[in-house]
Ligand binder design. Structure first.
Ligand code: ADP
Ligand code: MG
Length: 301
């Protein structure tokens, strides 16, 4: 990727969050988050259950409206966008995958992948769909239905569907949370390759240090605030940082990492034992992000 591109949007981060705040009555799900996610980078977001990870992704993806603060995607501010323009921006610029794959069981892999374009009134070419599946390592599986594919393969189809519109950013809320460790590694390898080979921007919530270590950067959230970050993470450094958060001894170990507040100390168990059951409450059956008005809330993580 070029670093000398002249257009302003080429230099703007793929996603910019400023003062992002989301309150639910007296709960501060997000409390003034400032983050940039640069194009072609892979970021993991970690934190205890209830720390605001899903809320962060949903606000950043235009699925939920913040109480205060700004979200920009590809240089476009979501603030003030009407429902229709927000829907178009979500459809064209944002990909979202969930822990549950949300594929339509009666449709083939190719038909599932083609859906977002069809919903946009386009008739995708067979080549386009075949290439999208090939990008996630599923060449030749076009005619398989979800029931004929493994969990990892189904998640790849969901990722291909999220990427068919060539979005500025792919968000994943625990995309490997329902997969066994071998399959999870395969999906992570693929996500890594999408970043390295295609310059895809990915922001992934995970509770798994092994998954987080595949990212370029890990951002830690606690009580709706950024509690530090790690660059070039390893399983060891991620685990150590979580332990530090657990004991309240985390200090500003990186230039950009804010010290964790003592009240943010949380059980390490909460960081590592998040359940894998999740409802597809934030997705329509097509996996296209739902509108804020239809966005359900998950009771888990
Ligand atoms: P995480 O994904 O890190 O587990 P969430 O973003 O789902 O955390 O939730 C952050 C906090 O906001 C939690 O305390 C959660 O209970 C609360 N919360 C999220 N959505 C709602 C809602 N719709 N109504 C009330 N509280 C909510
Ligand atoms: Mg969550």
């Amino acid at each position: 990727m070029t670093t000398t591109a002249a257009s302003a949007s080429a230099t703007a981060p793929a996603v910019r969050l400023r003062g992002l705040t989301r309150h639910h009555r007296d709960v501060r799900a997000l409390d003034g988050v400032d983050l940039d996610f640069h194009a072609g980078t892979f970021t993991a977001v970690m934190g205890p259950s209830g720390s605001g990870k899903s809320t962060l992704l949903q606000c950043a993806a235009g699925l939920d409206r913040p109480t205060a603060g700004r979200v920009e995607v590809g240089g476009t501010s979501l603030e003030g966008l009407g429902e229709r323009r927000l829907t178009l921006l979500r459809r064209d610029r944002i990909g979202f995958v969930f822990q549950s794959f949300n594929l339509l069981p009666a449709l083939t892999a190719a038909q599932n992948v083609a859906l977002p374009l069809r919903l946009a009134g386009r008739r995708p070419s067979r080549t386009e769909v075949r290439e999208a599946l090939a990008r996630v390592g599923l060449a030749g599986r076009e005619r398989h239905r979800p029931g004929e594919l493994s969990g990892g393969q189904q998640q790849r189809v969901a990722i291909a569907r999220a990427l068919i519109t060539r979005p500025a950013v792919l968000f994943g809320d625990e995309p490997t949370g329902a997969l066994d460790s071998t399959t999870s590694r395969e999906v992570l390898d693929m996500l890594r390759e999408l970043v390295d080979r295609d310059g895809q921007t990915i922001v992934m919530v995970t509770h798994d240090p092994v998954a987080a270590a595949r990212a370029d950067r890990v951002v830690f959230l606690v009580d709706g605030r950024v509690a530090g970050e790690l660059r070039a993470p390893t399983v060891e450094t991620v685990t150590a940082r979580m332990t530090a958060l657990e004991t309240g001894t985390a200090t500003s170990a990186t230039a950009s990492g804010a010290p964790a507040s003592p009240r943010t100390a949380t059980s390490i168990a909460a960081l590592t034992s998040i359940g894998t059951s999740a409802s597809p409450g934030t997705a329509t059956p097509t996996g296209t992000p739902a509108s804020p008005s239809t966005t359900g809330r998950r009771s888990s993580c």
